[in-house]
Design a protein around this ligand. Sequence first.
Ligand code: GDP
Length: 450
Amino acid sequence: MNDKTAQTIYACATAAGRAALAVVRVSGPDCRAVLSGLGATCPPPRQASVRRLCHPHTQDMLDEALVLYFAGPHSYTGEDVAELHLHGGTAVVASVLEALAHLPICRPAEAGEFTRRAVLHGKLDLTRAEAIADLIDAETTAQQVQALGQLRGNLRDLFEGWRNALHTVLAHLEADLEFADEDLPGGLGRSALDTVPELRAAVAGFIGDRRGLQLRAGLRIALIGAPNAGKSSLLNRLAGRDAAIVSARAGTTRDIIEIAMTLAGVPVTLIDTAGLRAAGDDIEREGVRRALAAARDADVRILVSAPDANAELPPEEQHLPPPEFHLINKSDLGTASCEASDPESSDAASVHGVSALTGDGIDEFIEALSAFVREQYASSGSAVLTRQRHQQILTEVLAALDRALASQSRGLELAAEDLRLAARALGQLTGAVDVEALLDIVFADFCIGK
Ligand code: GDP
């Protein structure tokens, strides 16, 4: 452990701004000395105690705070930790932080440093540390459920299970290689290798399922269809419904209109690419290009058509993946004409008649869309791929397993080497190997106080 990690650190763990309470966290070997520097005796471990905090130089009283002390290793970081539960006024918090800055035995924490120390002291593996970041960032219930599953260790258990399985295969291979001339049952190594395709399939299936990544990032749902079908009107209708909770962060950009909402606990951005068909100058053409890219990259597409609008999809939209939903808009104009207008939508799409004008069928459609989102994307808390970091490492694992399977006919030694690489890569997921090298990557998106 280098010097930096031996220092005592502090940071405000709660959000900036006026509040009823604010918590300043201190962690490190000089935790008790920091408390006494603030004129407070250290309370017994885990016993909430009221303490008067004073400035170390002026002796001015700063606050009457509730102080908690956790003696390491029985703490979040594994070190001695103190939590100062202050009154949450901005002056109180600023004065306590300023007072701490006067104590030479401690320094301000860097982003993610508390959790980083927890990993270094073996309190958390990397996947659980990542879950803490996700839990803090979770804005919807489905994201919360997913992060809690990971915090309970579902990914750690899965990845470590795979790594243990590989170690068993390797042990058999090595025994086979080592004692080739002795009386071991023949084919020990080969029969161990027979279990690798199953593991490979599990890893491939796991990487192939992108729903966890989508839930973390939020779903993108695009409205596509011919001009005048009523996409903008529908977007406004959907945005105005209670069933779809529209958040204040809805923003309008020049080329794409987006509305943020929550469906079935899943964060959703609804995208309207309307008004971009008649691309005249270069800037408009760039707008169309971006709108199309947004529609292509969306997770779900909703095709909108109407009896009084061109039934043909604009040519540039005809190459998009098939839509999951087909809305036949303007039902107020009469059912017969709606049916007549049915364009070449995908057979697989769920079809709904609606009217953006009167609101007819909109609630039923939101219900169907919510059910789809819930079924496809809401988390059950089971282990799913949630991060690019995992995806990259697992792609390496897959390649190494493939090489091992391909090379087995040329000798067990070659296969063993690739299996070792695969096991090592799996260890990087949890931090069982190379943890120091991985910390900067994992903690890049943490904030101060975590
Ligand atoms: P977009 O080009 O697909 O975004 O279509 P707009 O939302 O701009 O709508 C095109 C025209 O259709 C406008 O004049 C709307 O007022 C009208 N419109 C949209 N929805 C309905 C509807 O449900 N019923 C009727 N009668 N007119 C609608």
